[in-house]
Design a protein around this ligand. Structure first.
Ligand code: SME
Length: 147
């Protein structure tokens, strides 16, 4: 079945408002976790045009690269390392306005200037992280965090 995303212009809030119901419809009724992560990442990349949108999943005490869109990325990240490993260890969303100012940031692409990492929590445990990179400095805020 062909799926078309309706891309809209406007404020970030308006874009999320239009996008989120479409994403929910896209994954509704599909039980496969990886397929759903793939479509969620693709939808956000298509709407916002960010550099890199993707998931790392916790496997054997490491984050392992999952579905993503964008330039090739590092495959494994240890707990507490980089922005992703820190978001995993702390279980909180991290917004990094300037990646060069984040101690231990892992530079998968030199084009990445700012980043947001949201932990995926299931039954109280972090099972992965959702990572988004932008070519712009300071591209993420509370709207992204809460949406
Ligand atoms: N910058 C991340 C690594 C993953 S890439 O950005 C895709 C980090 O510091 O954990």
């Amino acid at each position: 079945m062909a799926e078309d995303l309706s891309i809209i212009q406007g404020t970030k809030e308006k874009q999320y408002q239009a996008l989120l119901p479409q994403v929910k419809a896209l994954i509704k009724g599909e039980p496969d976790f990886i397929a759903n992560l793939a479509n969620i990442g693709a939808a956000l990349k298509e709407q916002f045009g960010w550099l890199w949108v993707g998931f790392y999943l916790v496997k054997n005490e490491e984050l392992v690269l999952g579905p993503f869109q964008g330039p090739v990325a590092c495959t494994r990240i240890k707990r507490g390392r980089g922005v992703c490993g820190t978001a995993w260890a702390k279980g909180v969303t991290l917004i990094v306005p300037d990646v060069e100012q984040f101690p231990g940031h892992i530079a998968c692409s030199s084009l990445s200037k700012s980043e947001i990492v949201v932990p995926l929590i299931n039954k109280g445990a972090v099972v992965g992280v959702f990572d988004i990179d932008s070519v712009l400095l300071n591209d993420f805020d509370e709207t992204d965090k809460n949406s």
